[in-house]
Design a binder for this molecule. Structure first.
Ligand code: LLP
Length: 435
């Protein structure tokens, strides 16, 4: 649960406000963001990496793909984080928040010319190169503007890590980055050094997501440090920065444990120091790009219960509890088989717990919010359910499937509760329909 959660007389309070009042004011489903929790997590991640790697310089970029709005960009930036973006939409949102271009990075395996132009126009701090043709494109756009583009190279290190195949990103047979083993990374680095329009900042690796230990990160870091030493031996150019990406795992259910970022950062820093010693190279500066770990645990989704149905099964029964959202506001269970937890949030109940499944209102049997959870047997229409840890890749991957308007995001704990992203209306849906 987010930091500012209390249970008072059986009713969940967030940032001092009962969820019943939030539902009355803002409707359901709503995403509820605990602002002090978000800021504390941002500060904690920044401190963990900065302390572990000191005296090496550290920057932490918040990966906006997890969830980005102008308010969130400002809050995490106020905690000393920069913003990592992966599209013109994310970049525009960070800029609209008033973030200086130098504090923004741009990623993407298929950046458009317009996206590159937008990044150069606003002087972004780094463009992470993901392919050989992109080197020429960025150089050409920088030349057209008369600027020098700061770039990093995303390296495919061959490390396999991460919770699900769709989110593991550094093995060879996938679309991201330039291969270390295949030589494309070295080709890219040497080409960049030939081009006066490009300034080579360093090497980047993102191995996957929802990772719980340091081993994969350390293996990727060692691969990058080796590449850095090889490049220096071949060209005399020692890159000054390594970006080790994001991917720090969180707990979605009471049975799971989140990554201990202090421990992971310290073991990773240790691994980098010994590798640099072994190679006889200086420690570079480091950057990191956590998204899920910052915003995931800081948000819950609040749903209202509608239909409740008991289904008889061999050896028991299961209570199907339908809520007023579903796979349109959280696609992760359907897409990755992701597990979540839910609790009755609007009242106390003495009823015994029963095996339940929380499902949405979409026209698919895979429309599951929480596959397995125990809920009080008397859960009924009108109750509110809270699902914790929905902040990352919930709203950001939301759709309008079945033409459900997307829920708003309500911020609590920062003055009076307020919507920082407005709930869509039926009129919003029709506004795009040109007849
Ligand atoms: N940096 C890069 C280059 C990335 O591709 C990603 C995530 C991150 C940082 C942030 O990773 P995080 O710290 O949030 O794990 N939709 C999937 C996750 C996709 C992650 C894509 N890249 C999910 O819902 O699990």
């Amino acid at each position: 649960w987010p930091q500012s959660t209390d249970l008072i007389d059986g009713a969940l309070h967030l940032g001092g406000t009962p969820v019943t009042a939030l539902a009355d004011t803002f409707g359901t489903p709503s995403y509820v963001l605990d602002v002090p929790g978000l800021r504390a997590r941002a500060a904690h991640y920044r401190a963990a990496f900065t302390d572990a790697f000191a005296p090496a310089e550290v920057q932490v970029y918040y990966a906006g793909k997890a969830f980005l709005s102008t308010a969130v960009a400002r809050w995490v930036h106020a905690e000393g984080l920069r913003i990592d973006t992966a599209s013109a939409g994310e970049l525009t949102t960070a800029l609209a928040a008033g973030i200086d271009g130098r504090d923004i990075g741009l990623h993407g395996n298929n950046k458009s010319r317009d996206e590159i132009d937008l990044a150069l126009e606003h002087g972004v701090g780094r463009i992470v190169i993901d392919s050989l043709p992109e080197i020429e494109l960025v150089a050409q756009r920088a030349a057209a503007r008369g600027v020098r583009a700061p770039v990093m190279v995303r390296v495919t290190t061959g490390v396999h890590a991460g919770g699900h195949d769709f989110i593991a990103t550094a093995h060879e047979d996938q679309k991201f980055g330039l291969s270390l083993a295949g030589g494309a990374a070295m080709t890219a680095l040497e080409r960049i050094l030939e081009l006066p329009e490009l300034e080579l900042l360093g090497l980047h690796s993102h191995i996957g997501s929802q990772i719980l230990d340091a081993d994969g990160f350390a293996a990727a870091a060692a691969a990058l440090l080796g590449l850095r030493a090889d490049l220096a031996a071949r060209t005399g150019h020692m890159v000054t920065e390594l970006d080790l990406g994001g991917g720090y795992g969180i707990a979605y259910t009471p049975e799971e444990t989140a990554v201990d970022v202090v421990a992971v950062a310290s073991s990773l820093a240790h691994a980098c120091r010994s590798e640099c010693e072994r190679l006889g190279t200086p420690m570079p500066a480091f950057s990191f790009e956590p998204g899920r770990a910052i915003v995931g645990p800081s948000m819950i989704t609040l749903y209202k219960v509608g239909t409740v149905k008991s289904v008889q099964l061999d050896g028991g029964s299961r209570l199907y509890v339908s809520v007023d959202g579903g796979m349109s506001d959280n696609i992760r269970p359907a897409l990755y088989g992701a597990a979540y937890h839910a609790e009755l949030a609007s009242r106390a109940s003495d009823a015994p717990g029963v095996a339940a499944r929380v499902v949405g209102k979409h026209c698919e049997s895979g429309d599951i919010v929480v596959r397995d959870v125990e809920l009080p047997a008397d859960v009924r229409a009108g109750d509110l359910l809270a699902v914790p840890a929905t902040g990352a890749y919930g709203r950001s991957m939301a759709s309008q499937y079945n033409l459900l308007p997307r829920p708003g995001v309500v911020a609590v704990g920062d003055g009076a509760p307020r919507e920082i992203v407005r709930r869509e209306t039926l009129q919003d849906l029709l506004a795009l329909d040109l007849g």
